[in-house]
Design a protein around this ligand. Structure first.
Ligand code: ADP
Length: 453
């Protein structure tokens, strides 16, 4: 080889290397685009057009494995045949794509007609004449998810070279990850949409059922209480049982309504100053008879001085009702319930303690989640929907307060409700509207409370 020809070879090699670097740069820059594209169809389109461009080929196509038919299905292609190719499939056995998919290694076919596994069906159906073909696997770790193909080199070369294999493989590696991510995201979105739809159905059902039940139930209850007064002692005793059962139904309906209001953010607090001692003693009085029916005693310990708080009295009543109802329900025969109020500088603490079955330590947080019950629903001896404490937590939180439980399993439980004390209505309203705003943000609603506008 004379000096002139060796220089020519070197120059050619440098040119080749420069071209390779330029193409690898192009792969790198498209990688950023691919990872940023989360919509599957536009991602696939980007991959095939990039492949055809980078490899300088007449057309490119992408096949994905279809688990149901155990075949490779064309998902997208460039060129005139694209519409006819869409949704055509090729078998894993007896096709170049299948061979690449199964073996996980690329195939260059300079003349496809000479390859025994070439699958002619596609060419026959689309009318596209294929001379040469390069196919690389789309792989995630050790698993193939599809195949990326290019056909007929455009730059006048008879077939594809090793550089083309490297470039297409580099593109396929990035493409496979991006496809998998987009598919996972789509699946996640679909699952989320299904769950949201079910959740909406459930909420609508709760709303309709509770609204429809409330009015007739109030009528039944009202008339039964009136009738009770006119009945002879034996019938009155029976009526008392009916009233007791209707009261239970009413509390179920109210729980459902409260849940609905909290879920939809419809619950508006109507705060006012009131004496916590009065709210607590009224709630305890309302439960005294129910407790005594179960052989339980309720003891109440209140400060001597008035304990004013700025809160929604109706909400506090729901909180106390739920805690007292649990203290009765989960108690043992002959057990006791203590309710106390302690007034501090900045907060008031209400405690509802019982001598009941207790709560295992690992569940002390979970009991405040919706529908969580320590005993499985069907094995339960005591009724309930597992909603009371979640409502308690939401209501207390809306008041900027805190609720928590302590328990010794087998000996009893103590629930603490701490509510903030404010020195003025302005201070209280500012704090409550901030908590409302935080709730709206959590729920993804855009409305802002007046105080913050
Ligand atoms: P429900 O009482 O309707 O089941 P809650 O949300 O009020 O629902 O309570 C959730 C669960 O927490 C109860 O099912 C029970 O397992 C446990 N729990 C609540 N209060 C007590 C209590 N005072 N003693 C023992 N367990 C309790």
């Amino acid at each position: 080889m004379d000096r002139g020809s060796s220089e020519a070879v070197t120059f050619e090699r440098v040119h080749e290397l420069e071209t390779l670097v330029r193409r690898l740069r192009a792969v790198l820059s498209v990688t950023y685009e691919l990872t940023a594209t989360i919509e599957l169809e536009s991602l696939l389109r980007k991959i095939v057009y990039t492949a055809a461009e980078l490899i300088d080929s007449e057309a490119a196509s992408l096949l994905l494995f279809d688990e149901c038919s155990n075949e490779l299905r064309f998902r997208i292609a460039t060129g005139n045949a694209a519409p006819r190719l869409s949704n055509m499939s090729v078998p894993l056995e007896g096709s170049i794509a299948g061979q690449v998919f199964v073996s996980g290694t690329p195939v260059i076919a300079p003349n496809v007609k000479e390859v025994p596994t070439y699958y002619r069906e596609v060419e026959e159906q689309t009318g596209v004449v294929v001379h040469s073909l390069l196919a690389v696997p789309l792989r995630i770790q050790e698993r193939s998810i599809g195949v990326l193909e290019v056909i007929n080199k455009r730059d006048g070369r008879p077939s594809f070279g090793t550089d083309d294999v490297e470039i297409l493989t580099a593109l396929a590696c990035q493409a496979a990850i991006a496809i998998e991510n987009a598919r996972l995201l789509t699946a996640l979105q679909e699952a989320y949409d299904r769950v949201s739809k079910l959740d909406r159905l459930k909420s609508d059902f709760i709303a309709i059922a509770s609204h429809e039940l409330r009015t007739p139930l109030s009528l039944v209850l009202g008339h039964c209480v009136l009738l009770q007064e006119d009945l002879d002692p034996k019938a009155a005793e029976r009526m008392r049982i009916v009233v007791h059962a209707a009261m239970k139904m009413k509390s179920v309906v109210e729980t459902m309504l409260n849940l609905r209001y909290l879920e939809t953010g419809e619950l508006e607090l109507n705060p006012a100053w009131f004496d916590v001692r009065q709210a607590v003693s009224e709630a305890c009085e309302a439960y005294r008879e129910i407790a005594e029916d179960d052989g339980l005693t309720i003891e109440v310990s209140l400060p001597e001085e008035e304990v004013p708080v700025w809160a929604d009295r109706g909400c506090l009543q729901v909180v106390l009702d739920n805690l007292l109802s649990n203290a009765v329900k989960f108690n043992r025969p002959g057990g006791r319930i203590w309710v106390s109020v302690t007034a501090g500088e900045s907060q008031v603490e209400i405690r509802v303690a019982d001598t009941g079955i207790g709560i295992p330590t690992e569940y002390l947080e979970q009991i405040f989640e919706r529908f969580f019950q320590v005993e499985q629903h069907m094995q339960r001896k005591r009724g309930g929907m597992g909603l009371g404490l979640s409502i308690v937590r939401e209501l207390v939180t809306r008041h900027n307060g805190r609720v928590w439980a302590e328990s010794v399993p087998g000996e009893g439980s103590c629930f603490h409700v701490a509510l903030p004390r404010y020195s003025s209505v302005q201070e209280a309203e500012r704090a409550l509207s901030q908590s409302r705003f935080a709730t709206l943000l959590e729920g993804g609603q855009e409305e802002a409370p007046d105080a913050l506008e």
